[in-house]
Design a protein around this ligand. Structure first.
Ligand code: ADP
Length: 485
């Protein structure tokens, strides 16, 4: 028998997206549906959501927040694979230009915005709007959901376990104490053993403590976050719950990310016929105004521009990469200081380093298809999707061996000719440059390179395996709750 799964997420592609979570929120429910589960996604109705017409459902909730009673309504649409999506409409909270933050910083009322979202979902469950066997929620934005499920919504959810997935432990939802009355949670929870974290309220910490089961997005990251270096202060709490924490690698949707069917690229190709990739490369060189020949090794970067992604060592390495005879294409959006430094870089190496600031999904596809290599020098990387997409596009990943990057890329061995990419361990410009130099050396040997491309393109990270693992986690959560009653 399939489960009814309520999938509560702050972003879902193609409606709203700031990163990999949006892709996973679209592709995992679709894969679960294929295994005969009934999945319902719930997410906020942001301004960027466009799918006409969304259906009015009649499902309406009221949430008490301090002295106000705030109403929200649910509209219904369809996500990829025919999965139902319910959008929570409350314009004062979600009808904004960005999802969580502007280039100047976070919205001041993010706490209230996501408390409201979380409680509106629970009110809807309580009122019989949804009938889940299990609730699967994601990230700090929904991390209070398990806390509510075990406290003020205990009666309504006594048979419904909550699974929380951590996609990035560095984002925790930290708010000053003033937020407590807005949560409606008992004050007694505000202790070191509870939601308190160095004088603030930490939503993710609450989720980690109260969720029935926890998952994160690669095995390696599930171990890393239990250490001080990667745990961002929550390593101790995570170690406490180590027995309930599963590392399940994100899968990808090869209908969206596949050079043999990609609608965004100028020519399609596959493992047996790579001629289309050359067309894509020439077109990209032309489109971006690169002053290079088609033989030049072209290295792509598509990234949120934050410390996590290793942008500082990338910027320092750029000159060296150009000196090696390669060219760089960078697409990203994020912190202002990186926008500035990257623009300066492209000014210094015109035609050799091209920088596009912005969020542009079709361009991201064209970069995947048109480049020879894809660089991800991340300081840490919970899973990472772009390196997995790159494999399928024959765009060889050069990655720092951390988290999901380490789990998904096999380091090229020149002795055997086996491997799918290039990995460096130390977080430094020097280590990055050494790997790029080695990759370019192999690139110049056409025979070795095409073998490497074919091996990379043959990798399979579809949801098949990981969906079974989530199914198992849901089963354990449901059984666990039954046996604990
Ligand atoms: P994260 O979730 O940490 O940002 P992932 O590698 O898991 O990193 O996922 C990033 C996703 O966001 C990919 O689908 C990638 O193509 C997309 N992406 C990131 N930056 C941009 C951008 N500037 N324009 C278009 N897509 C982007």
């Amino acid at each position: 028998m399939g489960y009814n799964i309520l999938f509560v997420t702050p972003e879902v592609a193609p409606f709203s997206k700031t990163g990999g979570l949006a892709d996973v929120s679209a592709s995992l429910p679709k894969a679960l549906k294929r295994l005969d589960h009934r999945v319902t996604i719930v997410t906020p109705l942001y301004r960027c959501v466009s799918q006409e017409p969304l259906k009015v459902t009649g499902l309406k909730v009221k949430v008490a927040m301090r002295e106000r009673e705030i109403e929200g309504t649910f509209l219904k649409g369809r996500a990829s694979g025919g999965v139902d999506v319910f959008f929570l409409k409350r314009d004062e909270f979600y009808d904004r230009t960005y999802l969580y933050s502007t280039p100047e910083g976070d919205y001041f009322d993010n706490g209230e915005r996501f408390i409201f979202f979380t409680r509106a979902v629970l009110e809807a469950v309580k009122e019989g709007g949804f009938f889940p066997h299990v609730i699967h929620c994601h990230e700090w934005q929904t991390a209070l959901l398990p806390v509510y499920a075990k406290t003020i919504y205990r009666d309504a959810l006594s048979r419904t376990p909550v699974v929380l997935t951590i996609h990035n432990v560095a984002y925790q939802g930290l708010f000053p104490e003033y937020i407590l009355p807005y949560t409606g949670l008992p004050r007694g929870l505000y202790t070191m053993e509870g939601l308190e974290f160095y004088g603030k309220v930490n939503f993710l910490k609450g989720g980690i403590l109260f969720a029935d089961l926890l998952t994160t997005v690669s095995r390696r990251y599930s171990l890393e976050i239990q250490t001080p270096r990667y745990g961002y202060g929550l390593d101790g709490v995570l170690r406490k719950r180590a027995g309930d924490l599963y590392g399940i690698l994100n899968g990808v949707d090869y209908r969206e990310w596949n050079p043999s069917r990609d609608v965004h690229i100028p020519a399609r190709y596959n493992r047996r016929d790579l001629s289309g990739k050359e067309v894509c490369k020439r077109a990209l060189i032309e489109e971006l105004g690169l002053a290079v020949s088609p033989e030049t090794p072209l290295i792509g970067v598509i990234s949120r521009l934050t410390d996590q992604k290793g942008i500082d060592i990338l910027i320092k390495a750029a000159g060296g990469i150009v000196d090696m005879g390669a060219a760089l294409v960078i697409l990203g959006e994020g912190e202002r200081r990186y926008h500035r430094r990257l623009k300066a870089l492209s000014g210094r190496y015109p035609g050799r380093v091209v920088v596009r600031i912005g969020f542009d999904v079709p361009l991201a596809h064209r970069i995947e298809a048109g480049c020879d290599m894809f660089l991800m020098p991340s300081r840490y990387e919970p899973c990472g999707l772009n390196q997995i997409y790159s494999l399928r596009y024959g765009t060889i990943p050069i990655v720092r061996a951390t988290g999901g990057l380490d789990d998904t890329i096999r380091d090229y061995d020149p002795e055997t000719g086996r491997g799918t990419g290039f990995k460096f361990r130390r977080y430094s410009t020097k280590a990055l440059l050494e790997k790029v130099r080695f990759a370019i050396e192999i690139f110049r040997d056409r025979k070795r390179w095409s073998r490497l491309m074919k091996e990379a393109m043959g990798e399979d990270f579809s949801w098949h395996r990981s969906t079974r693992l989530y199914e198992e986690v849901y089963r354990r959560a449901i059984e666990g709750l039954k046996s604990g009653m």
